[in-house]
Design a binder for this molecule. Structure first.
Ligand code: ISJ
Length: 119
């Protein structure tokens, strides 16, 4: 803890000029807590949405395995990436990040499809 020139202990009987700082600290803490609550809600939504997406892709995996279709469909992936990049741009999200995220998810889906095909 640093000793400030404005330490009220240095000026007995004077109003505490640091109280504004403490109020600002409280306001910052409250704003941080409010934003983090929203972040937690959004993270929960992302997890639930991903779980729903994986439920769908698992069904696709079973359908493909039953009909001897390949686990990956690069043409479909290319269309999804084009679409997602456009969506990202209009949402002011970095399209390169959106593409990386989709590729990461799709790679996991393909891994699941390969497992289903082997089973
Ligand atoms: C889900 C599918 O399988 C794979 C996974 C994809 C995805 O996660 O969106 C897209 C294409 C395929 O490589 C599909 O063919 O639709």
């Amino acid at each position: 803890m640093t000793h400030r020139e404005t330490d009220p202990a240095d000026r007995p009987g004077q109003p505490d000029p640091t109280s504004t700082t403490h109020e600002a600290d409280d306001a910052v803490r409250a704003e941080l807590a409010r934003l983090r609550e929203s972040i937690d809600n959004i993270d929960a939504a992302v997890v639930h949405m991903l779980a729903e997406r994986f439920k769908c892709t698992q069904q696709v995996g079973h359908l493909k395995a039953a009909h001897k279709l390949p686990p990956a469909d690069p043409a479909r992936e290319a269309r999804q990436i084009t679409r997602l990049r456009e969506l990202a741009e209009s949402a002011k999200l970095d399209p390169a990040f959106a593409e990386k995220l989709l590729n990461f998810i799709i790679a996991e889906v393909i891994r699941h499809h390969e497992t289903i095909a082997r089973s």
